[in-house]
Design a protein around this ligand. Sequence first.
Ligand code: 13P
Length: 307
Amino acid sequence: MLSISQIVRRALVMQLAVPAFNVPYLPMIEPVIQAVIDQDSFALVEVARLEWRKFESQSLAAVATEFYRHNQPEYVRLHLDHVPVIDEDNLRVDFMPIFEEALGLGYESVMIDGSRLPLAENIQVTRQVVELAHEAGCPVEAELGAIMGHEAAPLLSYEELFTTGRGFTNVEEARLFVQETGCDWLSVAIGNIHGAIAAGRKDQKKIEARLNIERLDQLSRASQIPLVLHGGSGIQQAALMESTRHGIAKINVATEIRQPYETALKDTGSIPQAQQAVYDRTIWILQAFLGIAGKREKILSTGPVPL
Ligand code: 13P
């Protein structure tokens, strides 16, 4: 069976990004997995620290237990999304115990997010996590640049962000960061933003983000590793498809499936109905939005295994 590192490398070579679905509510796990299977696709199921603290996925262990109840490793794997060093409320996080726990629970890849730190410190904490995770054979995603959205209030308008390129990942820094840390995948800021999670804003429709493909291409050449696109919900579709031809090999999707779950639960009070809404939306994402339906064979088992 291919490792998740090999699968993401293959996705990069095949110019097909692996979707990674966030699960802020435990009942979302089953319909996401079912949709991936039914669409003969491949995806990651992932949970971020803020989703077990601010939403209802409870804990790393609860997500792992629910995931492994439904797991089919030929279709899905479990990833630990954002563990920030400084979180969205500007608080310092004791991050190493979270990684130790995740590795013990069978998470197959993990993400350290030192993006709110100065470069040297981001390098230092990322290297620390890489050492721990690689010892256990687990690949590490890291982040460089500022992907806005999770903070309580927007710092600037989207238009301003995109036109000024403020917070976009710097190409030379990315080259140095990858060399110095040995991270496996890099999350980059190129116009993508996270869906809001703050009360009062988390139900709003996300802005249609654009991507600076030229910057992405430079980042891909400089880093030479698979790149990750956070904030996958609501990105302009043409830009999204183009990004997979310029180094994006994993696309994170949260808001797009969280909001239908919450809306259906609010309207009907029924978890099965909310699960159905997640299933339907995941099918749409795999088929119409990402065009990854029916592509499992292509990612998993054709051609020579890239190193
Ligand atoms: P969206 O909520 O914008 O899809 O972002 C998801 C994400 O990047 C999680 O890490």
